[in-house]
Ligand binder design. Structure first.
Ligand code: B12
Ligand code: SF4
Length: 456
């Protein structure tokens, strides 16, 4: 039996803006890592079954290939393509199974394009699904009733990512998020109880990575209580000899809770960059409070300064990640964000229109209020505005985001400093082959080149 796994293609968020398409900006924003869904499923596939992988972002799908089962993984922004791929294979009589966030959130929709849909985390149920297809006894739906035992996760099959475009490894530590942000689908698919993978499994997984750079796929690393801090400390201590560099998503405010000893351990373990996934709502609303006109500063500025001073001391970068378009936010938000970033001498930032993930409380509220503009899932990639913002028009939101990119990166040195290997590798190669336009002549290829990380 042969199974072909497919990761459908998706449009880069910035490729949506005509002026940005094909510029180095679009490379900069697109992260160089991959989803662990398919590597995890390949690892869980029973022995004796042949597996193959197509990453449709980089390779064409061969619809005429002779395979016994096609397994498609799909996030919402990939769903439209996932469905096309499913339809094509089914037209040719090849059975299709779908899973992932989107089919989990919209199983009745996904089943129109597949023979089976797996709802939830498939790690443990997968061998049974494969057996059922093998015996031609597959069910329409497989609903995972019990979350998998994370201590038993096999090491993901990282070798499938052979495409030279990848330059970082993804590593998953926690499943679930208790922040319960209104717009997000993580609590809906994984639940709001944080489930921690045992330290040893994570270290073994990291030892198995192929790149120097690691992106921790946990949406939100918590350091709220001692038990959480102790858990992460154990991971970071054991990472020190592995000589990695890593980026993590977190809430900046938690860093007030982190002592110097912990921060030093993280830096020794390779902490390179922090990306705030600030329970988006919470943090942004604080930021959007207008500064005191007398001082030009908000109360929040002092806290940010304290945190940033510590990061600067250890050379840790912050990538300010914004979702914009919350109900409280008016047209003034763009200037306020820019002023805030400039006040804090920020070097990196990304800006996106807020995304109502399907079936999230925000999505349902927008539907009820008649503010949802489209259910064309290919537009759910945070390049488009898919809902009507409360205090501005869709165009104002999109234009505001474009304004932020242009203004924030007016100093092109900032772009150069954003030394994510991916920009270096893809961006430089493509500048040389003239596939993309550098933002300005000033971006020096020589300055970029030495930073490239080699694959082994
Ligand atoms: C890695 C990652 C990426 C990578 C690669 C994505 C890719 N498709 O290849 C990159 C960096 C490119 C990316 C980009 C984006 N991402 Co992203 N990303 C992630 C992240 C951090 C990790 C994914 C992962 O590895 N999970 C671990 C695996 C093991 O879990 P899993 O996918 O759920 O798989 C399990 C089950 O779902 C199921 N399953 C999955 N597939 C299949 C298939 C079959 C056949 C079966 C049976 C079962 C099954 O079994 C698996 C094992 O249990 C997630 C957050 C998260 N923690 O999940 C966000 C996430 C997927 N991203 C999200 C978003 C919104 C984006 C962006 C729009 C962000 C942005 N602002 O640009 C962009 C979109 C693309 C673009 N325009 O650039 C959302 C998607 C929400 C949704 N409803 O789909 C997520 C969930 C984050 C969030 N906060 O909600 N992303
Ligand atoms: S947006 Fe981030 S912090 Fe909020 S629920 Fe989703 S994953 Fe958790």
């Amino acid at each position: 039996m042969k199974i072909r796994f497919i990761n459908p293609k998706y449009e880069g968020s910035l490729d949506v803006y005509p002026e940005m398409r094909g510029t180095i900006y679009s490379y900069m924003i697109e992260w160089p890592c991959f989803s662990m869904a398919i590597p995890q499923l390949i690892a869980a596939t029973p022995p004796g079954i042949e597996t193959a992988f197509t990453d449709n972002k980089f390779e064409e799908v061969d619809f005429d290939e002779k395979v016994d089962l096609v397994a498609i993984s799909s996030y919402t922004y990939q769903a439209a393509d996932a469905y096309k791929i499913g339809d094509e294979f089914r037209k040719r009589g090849v059975p299709v199974v779908m899973g992932g966030y989107h089919p989990t959130l919209m199983p009745e929709e996904a089943i129109q394009h597949a023979d089976s849909v797996v709802i939830g985390e498939a790690d443990e149920i997968w061998p049974q699904v494969v057996k059922d297809f093998h015996d031609k006894k597959q069910k329409r739906f497989y609903k995972v009733s019990q979350t998998p035992d994370l201590s038993k996760l096999p090491l993901p099959a990282r070798h499938v990512f052979t495409d030279p475009y990848y330059v970082a490894d993804s590593v998953n530590i926690v499943r679930g998020c208790s922040a319960n942000c209104e717009s997000c689908s993580v609590p809906l698919t994984y639940g709001n109880k944080m489930r921690y993978r045992p330290v040893q499994g994570i270290i073994d997984d990291i030892k198995n990575t192929r790149f120097e750079y690691i992106y921790f796929t946990d949406e939100f690393m918590y350091f709220r209580n001692q038990a959480q801090k102790d858990y992460y400390k154990k991971i970071f201590e054991q990472m020190i000899p592995l000589k990695k560099r890593f980026c993590m998503d977190t809430a900046l405010l938690f860093w007030l809770n982190i002592d110097d000893d912990m921060l030093k351990t993280m830096v020794q373990a390779g902490l390179d960059m922090v990306e705030p996934c600030y329970g988006y709502e919470l943090f942004l609303n604080m930021l959007s409070t207008k500064p005191d006109p007398r001082t030009g500063r908000s109360k929040f500025d002092d806290i940010v300064d304290r945190i940033l001073n510590r990061f600067n001391k250890y050379g840790v970068k912050v990538d300010w990640y914004y979702n914009i378009g919350f109900d409280e936010e008016d047209k003034g938000i763009f200037d306020r964000i820019l002023e805030f970033l400039n006040r804090h001498k920020a070097r990196m930032a990304e800006f996106y229109p807020l995304l109502p993930h399907p079936n999230s409380p925000f999505f349902k509220r927008l539907e009820k209020e008649g503010r949802l503009l489209t259910k064309d899932w290919s537009k759910y990639n945070q390049g488009y505005v898919v809902f009507k913002p409360k205090k501005m028009s869709e165009k104002e939101l999109l234009d505001g985001i474009f304004f932020l990119y242009k203004e924030f990166y007016k100093d092109v040195n900032k772009l150069v400093e954003r030394d994510v290997d991916y920009i270096v590798k893809r961006g430089v190669e493509d500048i040389i082959t003239e596939k993309i336009k550098p933002v300005k002549e000033k971006i020096s290829i020589k300055r970029l080149l030495p930073k490239a990380t080699k694959r082994d």
